[in-house]
Design a binder for this molecule. Structure first.
Ligand code: ZN
Length: 121
């Protein structure tokens, strides 16, 4: 059976369906093993859409070995994983600091603008 026919029958791309089925089975196994707890928050992962593979040690920009290291893998809620990912990146913190600094400058220049209009310099 061609993938096109499978896709037609499934009503979604065969690759997408296969990925979803693997994730469903993974969650099924985790639940059977009692390992369905989020690495980040400790709460149960209840749906496939919430399940994500998480790297305990960030690998991006560090090491490909950390990506493939099974001992570095945990399970977490997708939201918990995403939150940790955005907080853990140094560039993200730098960008946040830049935003804070920009907002501070706008605030200060806005205030001094008002002060000038009111005649207070
Ligand atoms: Zn969580």
């Amino acid at each position: 059976m061609s993938n096109e026919r499978k896709t037609q029958q499934l009503g979604m791309s065969f690759n997408k369906a296969s990925g979803r089925l693997k994730k469903m089975y993974l969650l099924h196994l985790l639940q059977r093993l009692g390992e369905d707890k989020c690495y980040r928050c400790g709460q149960a992962i209840e749906t496939v859409d919430d399940l994500s593979l998480d790297h305990k040690e960030p690998w991006v920009g560090v090491s490909v070995d950390l990506f493939w290291d099974l001992n570095n893998i945990a399970y977490s809620h997708l939201a918990c994983n995403s939150r940790a990912g955005s907080e853990g990146k140094p560039w993200s913190n730098a960008r946040r600091q830049a935003q804070v600094e920009r907002a501070r400058k706008q605030y200060v220049s806005g205030r001094s603008g008002l002060a000038n209009q009111s005649g207070i310099v």
